[in-house]
Design a protein around this ligand. Structure first.
Ligand SMILES: [Zn+2]
Ligand SMILES: [Zn+2]
Length: 389
């Protein structure tokens, strides 16, 4: 892959006409002093001066949408349930408000189904209140229990913080559940390590949380663009779950700001895709017994509460817009939404005993309150033919 970018003679463009670019940047040739403008592109680490021909390193500030997209494409090979339709992009007017906004220094520079890209001056990291603003919930699935504290790694390019932990001495960058549970505020910050090999202030620990079932998720990415004047450095923070980004902005007092409204609006348009809020472990387990058919949309999963929480995904009910799947250790059943179903519900001590029978099979399982809500909603949404008892 090419790493040197060539400028053409009038120093304004380079010759890769097919590349998709967002904004021009200027750089001064270290040999002859010519000021050259170029389109930032993370594929290029070096440039050749069009005036004197010397080759030099480009500043590491080239964050592009492509960099986010490239990272998000990793591991997208498994069959997927169909996603709801893509929302419309923010109107130019909305974008102008975002661009002009400067009261709170955290801006949403990009927001869509894949997540939110926030930008802020790196000096904010020196404020403990800012570093403590991430919601105390799993960034992937939203649970408040079994949480581990991780620190955001602001590297020179936007990268998944969890995958970077390995490069930064695995195990040293997290606080396990038992230890983390008792800590909050300043005490928490003091127990977290500074991030090695990252220039200050981006090395100061900023915690975020993942549950024990979501430890491999790439839900947070950080990037730091240092500046000669350390007060002017810039950070990018990518948060994949819009609801978590909203909570973060809210904790910063940004409710009602254009950035907050953009995130809330986008989330409202997309709707919360129920598949996305499952932990990766559960997604993988469900993938083994609920392979989506062509054009099928996932409506929800209700775990069988006869099994422990750590076994979520191994048994229970999956509803799609076309089928209901029941899975247990011993059996697997399916019905389509056209098959008549009978469901008998008995509630005792907060758990719901469900007996499902179709023409071909019957099954019994235990659901919690959330599971029952999912079942009712899913059956309605998928227009199943159900008779409740
Ligand atoms: Zn030159
Ligand atoms: Zn989780």
């Amino acid at each position: 892959m090419a790493t040197t970018m060539h400028f053409d003679a009038d120093a304004g463009r380079h010759d890769n006409a097919n590349a998709k670019f967002t904004q021009q940047r200027r750089v001064q040739c270290p040999s002859c002093g010519a000021v050259l403008s170029y389109q930032p592109d993370t594929r290029f680490t070096h440039a050749r001066c069009s005036k004197c021909g010397s080759r030099f390193e480009l500043p590491t500030c080239a964050i592009s949408e492509d960099a986010v997209a490239a990272w998000l494409d990793e591991g997208e090979d498994a069959p997927k349930f169909v996603k709801p339709p893509e929302p419309v992009a923010p109107t130019p007017a909305a974008q102008q408000i975002i661009d002009a906004y400067s009261d709170i220094e955290v801006h949403a520079v990009k927001c869509d189904r894949s997540g939110v890209l926030l930008q802020f001056p790196s000096r904010l990291l020196m404020e403990p209140r800012f570093r403590l603003a991430m919601p105390r919930r799993c960034m992937q699935c939203g649970t408040r229990s079994h949480l581990e504290a991780h620190v955001i790694i602001f590297s020179s390019t936007l990268k998944n913080s969890v995958s970077l932990e390995a490069e930064h001495l695995a195990g040293k960058m997290t606080l396990a559940g038992e230890q983390a549970k008792l800590l909050a505020g300043q005490a928490l910050l003091e127990c977290l390590p500074r991030v090695p090999n990252v220039p200050p202030p981006a090395d100061l620990p900023m915690p975020y949380w993942l549950c024990d079932m979501c430890s491999e998720s790439g839900s947070v990415c950080g990037q730091y663009e240092p500046c000669e004047n350390p007060a002017e450095g810039r950070c990018h923070l990518f948060i994949s779950k819009l609801r978590r980004a909203e909570e973060f902005l809210e904790a910063l007092g940004a409710r009602g700001t254009p950035s907050f409204n953009l995130v809330a609006h986008t989330r409202g348009e997309i709707g919360d895709n129920p598949w996305d809020s499952l932990s990766l472990v559960v997604q993988n387990r469900l993938g083994q017994w609920s392979k989506p058919h062509e054009g099928e949309m996932f409506l929800g999963y209700a775990p069988d509460r006869d099994l422990a929480r750590t076994e979520d995904g191994m048994a229970g009910l999956v509803l799609t817009n076309k089928r209901m799947l029941h899975h247990s250790r011993l059996r697997h059943h399916e019905v389509t939404c056209d098959d008549p179903l009978e469901i008998k519900l008995t509630t005792a001590d907060g758990t719901h005993l469900i007996n499902i029978s179709s023409a071909k099979w019957s099954a019994a399982l235990k659901l919690d309150g959330e599971g029952l809500v999912m079942l009712r909603r899913g059956l309605t949404k998928g227009m199943f033919r159900v008779l409740w008892h």
